[in-house]
Design a binder for this molecule. Structure first.
Ligand SMILES: [Zn+2]
Length: 141
């Protein structure tokens, strides 16, 4: 299993994955909310929807900016962004999307399989040789 070289890449992967999932959830709530608010002509609900649109734009920016740095440690493809290059033939989707699968895997399990090279990556920065290993914390009673 591969590991990213830097903690910055790991942070970018986790931030991009979380922002992407929140963005999908946000859109899933926003669409019926706007439809209901327009049908009922509810100004208060429309103001809430406007706040959600602003939140969605912020999430989109966070997802895209962090996603540009979240590159696979083997093939260097940005795993959270759509690329025109061909994907691995064993790449799997979740709800019809490769990104959704990568994002849920990063958030839920802390590892993912790159849809481009098909290699598994653990979202923990790689230890450099000569660097002290993290010591396990002593138990406090
Ligand atoms: Zn890859």
């Amino acid at each position: 299993m591969h590991q990213p070289r830097t903690a910055r890449t790991v942070r970018a992967m986790k931030l991009s994955a979380l922002a992407f999932i929140l963005l999908v959830v946000n859109i899933g709530i926003l669409v019926p909310l706007v439809a209901y608010a327009v049908l009922e002509q509810d100004r208060q609900l429309l103001m809430i929807a406007l706040g959600q649109i602003i939140l969605g734009i912020a999430l989109l920016i966070a997802y895209r900016v962090a996603g540009a740095s979240a590159r696979c440690s083997l093939c260097a493809c940005p795993v959270m962004l759509s690329q025109s290059c061909s994907r691995n033939r064993n790449a799997k989707r979740l709800l019809g999307s490769y990104r959704t699968r990568v994002a849920t895997a990063i958030v839920l399990t802390g590892k993912f399989t790159c849809p481009y090279c098909g290699e598994a990556t653990l979202c923990v920065p790689r230890q450099r040789p000569g660097q002290p290993q993290p010591q396990p914390q002593p138990h406090r009673h």
